[in-house]
Write a protein that binds this ligand. Sequence first.
Ligand code: SF4
Length: 341
Amino acid sequence: MTELRRSWRPGYVRMARSGELERRANALEAMLHRCTVCPRECRVDRFARLGTCATGPDPLVASWTPHFGEEPVISGTMGSGTIFLANCNLRCVFCQNHDISQRPKDFSDAAITVEELASIHLALADRGCHNINWVSPTHQVPQLVRGLSLAAQRGLRLPIVYNTNAYDSVEVLRLLEDVIDIWMPDLKYADAEAGRMASRVDDYPERARTALREMFRQVGDAWETGPDGTLRRGLLVRILVLPNDLAGVEESLRWIASELSPRVAISLMAQYYPTHLAALPRRYPLLSRPISAGEWDRTLEALERLMDGANCYIQDFREAPVNYRPDFSDRKNPFPGAGNS
Ligand code: SF4
């Protein structure tokens, strides 16, 4: 890790000064008229109709709060300034955030302005958060970059975390180069059939791997950290272990090690529990139980064998399914067990 000089500023600050951030926001907003913002490529005019993500041209925020349950390098001591975007471009049957990701009617009248979105960024900065963490941002990237542009003009200087399911368009990711400081993608499946069954897209591994290649091209496998030890720039890939090897973890790790680098930081997650539609065993029998100790041990062995191990995070197998369970009935504090203030 490299400790950065005091004068460190996120790339978007320089881009805001030069006008480049405005140009990126304009280019992204233009995509909303025939939407190809994500690989679903609905090609709807989001000012007039809704696509699969059921989200128009304005920001939709479900919850925002300092979050202390992310990886320590993200949460630090003051929390990650988390903004949970409402709705999603995937339809994961086991989504732990399904209350906010798959109930678009709950948010049909909840649009805010980009000025309000900028104010949320600044309010999180005022609370001392180490970064701004966009959770499930893919379908709202144009709105987020416009909001960021306004927040930068009003003094925001925190790193931006792109906390994504990785079903992202490469064209969009290229427009986010130097806008995003910390790429934090999931890698959900190695097998397309698993993605079809559990997230309802035909091409998850191909799209997600292409997205990860682009993120890696931008920041590589090295991390830059600040004086407080939190991440300022880098890539952290999250892999949620699913029962019955549905995530194909070993295959994904082998791909990362051979096609990107064995030094890519990995966060291995044991927090799976059957929820949402996966809690219906007749519909989704392969997803209807937590992972077993044997499945977890085999995953750890693969991680040790295939990856360098530096900067890897491993959840506690016994505590994770309880500790990381969100409850969005309280949108101001959806993670009480993770120590949110
Ligand atoms: S962002 Fe939404 S409307 Fe646009 S392509 Fe993706 S799912 Fe469709």
